[in-house]
Design a protein around this ligand. Structure first.
Ligand code: ZN
Length: 203
């Protein structure tokens, strides 16, 4: 796989100036577990630097320019550190300090949803979300809905947020084609069972 950091300046903390050796990468690096209802799917050529980077020196977070989304170089694995839930979660404390563009906010919220689902539903770690984790996930999923016009994805986000009645209401009004109908039916079934877990759509 061809991946490398985008530029030296992305490695430098904007708070303390410390230059770290690795650029944090979003969590879909080397994903090989099919397609899921939260849109997580195999995307080996789309790995990107995490927009929010952790500074190991001052323990704060800063975000890198949107242009850094593009992978520009190749062949240096040493610069890559996959971002997982435990790294993303503390970064939400700094969200208010960031001047999000819609693209950045969408990306960040999508990664937070995926990282949460990876940790608590898709790994075999046995970790259970704390009350705080659940609260953050709900807040994040509700904010994510504004980025979708697609009823199915809105239903899915509402279900994963635990807003089952809102999910069922949205599903009742949804106009979907035959292929999407099966996915919507599954979302409805799970919402009726008050089940928040994402599910696999394809291998
Ligand atoms: Zn720093």
């Amino acid at each position: 796989m061809d991946l490398r950091f985008t530029s030296e300046k992305d490695l430098q903390c904007k708070h303390c100036g410390f230059v770290k050796p690795r650029l944090d990468l979003y969590c879909y690096f080397l994903w090989e577990d099919g397609k899921w209802s939260d849109q997580r799917e195999c995307a080996p050529n789309q790995a990107v630097p995490a927009l929010v980077q952790y500074c190991p020196n001052c323990h704060r977070f800063y975000y890198i320019d949107a242009e850094a989304i593009l992978i520009k170089n190749v062949n240096d694995y040493n610069w890559i550190e996959p971002v997982d839930y435990d790294v993303i979660l503390p970064s939400i404390r700094e969200y208010d300090n960031f001047d999000w563009s819609p693209v950045i906010e969408y990306n960040q919220r999508l990664m937070l949803m995926w990282a949460y689902n990876d940790k608590f539903y898709r790994s075999n770690s046995g970790d259970m979300p704390s009350e705080f984790d659940v609260k953050v996930a709900k807040w994040n999923l509700i904010n994510l809905t504004q980025f979708y016009n697609d009823s199915i994805m809105i239903c899915e986000l509402l279900r994963e947020a635990g807003l089952f009645e809102d999910c069922l209401k949205e599903a009742a009004d949804a106009m979907v084609d035959e292929q999407s109908k099966a996915v919507l039916d599954r979302i409805v079934t799970l919402a009726k069972q008050e089940d928040k877990r994402p599910f696999k759509i394809a291998d």
